[in-house]
Design a protein around this ligand. Structure first.
Ligand code: NOJ
Length: 533
């Protein structure tokens, strides 16, 4: 999408995900809170961030740390209160930043009053707000659906003798989006927050919200199917990506577009293939942005990345905008996952994220190159991290923000035990702010260069032929990005200009006369000379 003033903040800007429990604790309970986020807005403004997405701040018993919502229109008390949230929106706005909240329409906590009513009897008026079904004659679950977190997607409720659907934890009951009342209730929830000046939502598991009305069995997965489907043993044909899910997104979008300025919807489209992500843009009438999860899972090597970027560019519907991200609260951080802790490769990944066409989300801590914190199950809080240890975990990416190297990390008071252990505090904001060659300085300078160069904001993307191991592309008229992800030095021809930002900062402003030489793990953004005539 071209640089329209109104929506450039989300279609071109550097955006930032905050995991509130881990950002800044102001009441010494070891858990981050909304007043803490307000305190840190200056950091985000200094960095050049245009909008923040807060992982859920609504009432939650925290079986899944906010993603099990017990009241969609009230603030979780351990994080603050509604006044704090209103102040946060006002303070962000005064610094030129937008605030996006997390909307979880697929399910609620089983402690949500809706579910408590629904489960109370088969003829309760809210019975059909959730997906209830009879056992099979042998008493087993109504169908073969497997939860995204493993095991059956059904839990038997002894009180009424039916199963309820839970595509995540048993504490997270799936709502029934075939119910007009559920739809109307969510219309109200969207408006409640939009009326408070919230700029939009990140929509949790946007692709799964509607389920097959007949609850048909999923077919088995084969060895040709995506890895996750193989693990689950089935293809989620009937509990994911149903054709009718698009009605819901069109409905949300119509509400978002009815506001001035229009509100923005960003979907968590956690799907293995980019081809399956794109339909969630609709014809520009569904999600404004759909997270490119397949990119995040692409191996960090030049040919695979190039292929994924080209496919993404080719598939994005006309008039729609792309969004890139390297980390979030569900996957290992990119300096760990892509770069395996190698700081040079992490720098290359940051340059890539900052120079692809579209907007990008940093996850808190990405700006200082935080790696995952190695944890053992006794230190973990997330049931999924504990269940799948050591194969998969989420808590390693969720440990508190490292503001300083001092006890408490600037996150909480010294001596207070944080809800998850601290990582390596030698990696921290305070030290990196003083160091012009730090990851943080690179991050801020890259955002500055994006803002300064129209090519990087909205110039077309074109892959460039490059030696093996090098990912190279041109943006717009004059900007070339080259990243040597290989193990050998490499030379990229056809480049004459000046390095605007290099991962090795001593090369900033270096002249390039025809050939850009890059050592292993080196990358550069080069502004090409303007040719006479
Ligand atoms: C995706 C969220 O990002 C994740 O943290 C959560 O566990 C599931 N959806 C279920 O809400």
């Amino acid at each position: 999408m071209a640089g329209d003033e109104v929506d450039s903040w989300w279609s071109e800007g550097a955006l930032y995900q905050i995991y509130p429990r881990s950002y800044q604790d102001t009441n010494a309970d070891g858990v981050g809170d909304l007043p803490g986020i307000i305190q840190r807005l200056d950091h985000l403004q200094w960095l050049g961030i245009r909008g923040v997405w807060l992982s859920p701040v609504t009432v939650s018993p925290n079986a899944d740390f906010g993603y099990d919502v017990a009241d969609f229109c009230a603030v979780e008390p351990s994080l603050g209160n509604m006044t704090d949230l209103e102040e946060l929106v006002a303070e962000a706005t005064s610094r030129g930043m937008k605030v996006l909240l997390d909307l979880v329409p697929n399910h609620t906590s089983i402690e949500h009053p809706w579910f408590e009513e629904s489960r109370s009897s088969r003829d309760n008026p809210k019975r059909d707000w959730y997906v209830w079904a009879d056992p099979k004659p042998d008493g087993s679950a109504p169908n073969n659906w497997v939860s995204s977190f493993g095991g059956s997607a059904w839990t038997l409720d002894e009180v009424t003798g039916q199963y309820y659907l839970q595509n995540f934890l048993p504490e997270q009951a799936d709502l029934n989006w075939w119910s007009d009342e559920v739809r109307a209730e969510f219309d109200r929830i969207l408006r409640f927050w939009f009326d408070k000046g919230v700029a939009g939502f990140r929509i949790d598991v946007a692709h799964m919200v509607v389920k097959d009305k007949e609850l048909r069995d999923n077919p088995p997965a084969t060895s040709d199917d995506p890895f996750l489907d193989q693990i689950r043993g089935q293809l989620p044909v009937y509990n994911s990506c149903r054709p009718e899910v698009h009605d819901v997104h069109r409905r949300f979008r119509a509400i978002a577009d009815s506001y001035d300025p229009p509100r923005v919807l960003i979907g968590e489209t956690f799907l293995p293939n980019i081809e399956d992500v794109m339909p969630f843009y609709g014809t520009g009438d569904e999600l404004n942005l759909a997270f490119n999860i397949p990119f995040l899972h692409t191996p960090f090597e030049a040919s695979a990345l190039r292929d994924m970027i080209e496919r993404t560019e080719a598939l994005i519907p006309d008039g729609c905008a792309l969004v890139w991200t390297g980390s979030n609260h569900d996957v290992p951080r990119f300096p760990t996952r892509w770069a395996d802790g190698d700081p040079d490769r992490a720098r290359c990944a940051l340059v890539m994220l900052m120079t692809l066409r579209g907007s990008l989300f940093l996850f808190e801590g990405d700006e200082i190159g935080m790696v995952d914190t190695p944890l053992v199950p006794e230190q973990m809080a997330d049931p999924i991290s504990i269940r799948y240890y050591p194969v998969y975990g989420r808590d390693g990416a969720r440990t508190p923000m490292q503001w300083t190297g001092a006890p408490g990390a600037g996150f909480t008071e010294p001596g207070v035990e944080p809800w998850l252990p601290f990582g390596d505090l030698t990696v921290n904001v305070e030290d990196q702010r003083r160091d012009p060659e730090s990851f943080l300085s690179l991050c801020r300078d890259l955002i500055g260069v994006r803002d300064a160069l129209p090519d990087l904001r909205n110039g077309a993307y074109a892959s460039l032929d490059a030696p093996e191991g090098v990912l190279a592309y041109q943006r717009g008229e004059r900007t070339v990005v080259a990243l040597n992800l290989g193990a050998e030095p490499a030379r990229l021809g056809g480049v004459t200009g000046t390095i605007r930002v290099a991962t090795r900062r001593s090369r900033d402003e270096e002249r390039v006369d025809g050939t850009l030489a890059l050592g292993p793990g080196e990358g550069a953004v080069v502004l090409l000379d303007v040719l006479p005539g």
